[in-house]
Write a protein that binds this ligand. Structure first.
Ligand SMILES: [Zn+2]
Ligand SMILES: [Zn+2]
Length: 185
C-alpha cells in the first residue's frame, strides 16, 4: 500500500473527469475507473507522459483505458500503452524517469452486487475511497521495452508499405499479413 504524498499534489477530480470525458465521449463507470487510476498515478509521481516517460499495461480494452490515454499520455499511438487481452480491470504503470511501478487491481465493491443504474454507479465510484475500489501495490520496476521505429517494406502483392517485422517470406515473395493469409489458403 502506498500512503506517501497524502494530500500532496491533489488533482481536481472534476477537471480530470472533464478531460477524460471529452476524449472518451460520454460519462460511464468505466471512464470513472480510469480517471481514478490516473488520478492516483499522477498524485504518486507518475505525471502525464508527453513521450514515453510512462508506460501502462492494461488488461482490458474497455472505457477505462481512454481515461489513461487522455490523462496519463499512455497512448496506443506512442506505443506506451500495452494491451493484454485478459479481460481484467488491472492497470500497471511504470515510470521510466522514477524507475518505479505500481499496479491497481479493481476489487468487487459492495455496490457491484446491488442493482444500481449507470449514473448511480458513477456517483458511488466518485464518492468512494480509492483503497475500497482497488488493490494497490508497488511492483518491481520491469517495464516492457520502448516502441521500436522500423523500416517499411513494400509488399510484393498489394504494394503497400508494411513494417518489416510484419512481412512474411512466402514462395520467394515478401508479403504483408493479409496477402499472406489469402495466398496460403
Ligand atoms: Zn464509456
Ligand atoms: Zn500485401
Amino acid at each position: 500500500m502506498i500512503n506517501s504524498l497524502e494530500g500532496f499534489n491533489k488533482m481536481d477530480i472534476n477537471e480530470l473527469m472533464k478531460k477524460a470525458t471529452i476524449f472518451h465521449g460520454h460519462i460511464c463507470p468505466g471512464v470513472v475507473i480510469g480517471v481514478l487510476v490516473a488520478k492516483y498515478a499522477i498524485e504518486n509521481g507518475y505525471e502525464h507522459s508527453p513521450d514515453e516517460e510512462l508506460v501502462a499495461i492494461v488488461e482490458n480494452d474497455n472505457c477505462s483505458v481512454d481515461a489513461l490515454q487522455a490523462l496519463l499520455g499512455t497512448t496506443f499511438g506512442k506505443g506506451n500503452l500495452i494491451y493484454r487481452d485478459y479481460g481484467k480491470n488491472n492497470f500497471t504503470i511504470f515510470s521510466r524517469k522514477a524507475k518505479k511501478g505500481v499496479r491497481l487491481s479493481l476489487k468487487s465493491t459492495s455496490f457491484d452486487k446491488k442493482k444500481v443504474t449507470r449514473d448511480e454507479k458513477v456517483k458511488l465510484l466518485l464518492e468512494s475511497n480509492i483503497e475500497d475500489i482497488f488493490d494497490i501495490e508497488e511492483v518491481e520496476y520491469n517495464p516492457p521495452p520502448k516502441a521500436q521505429i522500423e523500416e517499411s517494406i513494400v509488399c510484393d502483392v498489394c504494394k503497400e508499405l508494411t513494417m518489416s517485422s510484419r512481412i512474411v517470406d512466402y514462395h520467394q515473395s515478401k508479403m504483408c499479413i493479409p496477402c499472406y493469409q489469402k495466398f496460403k489458403k
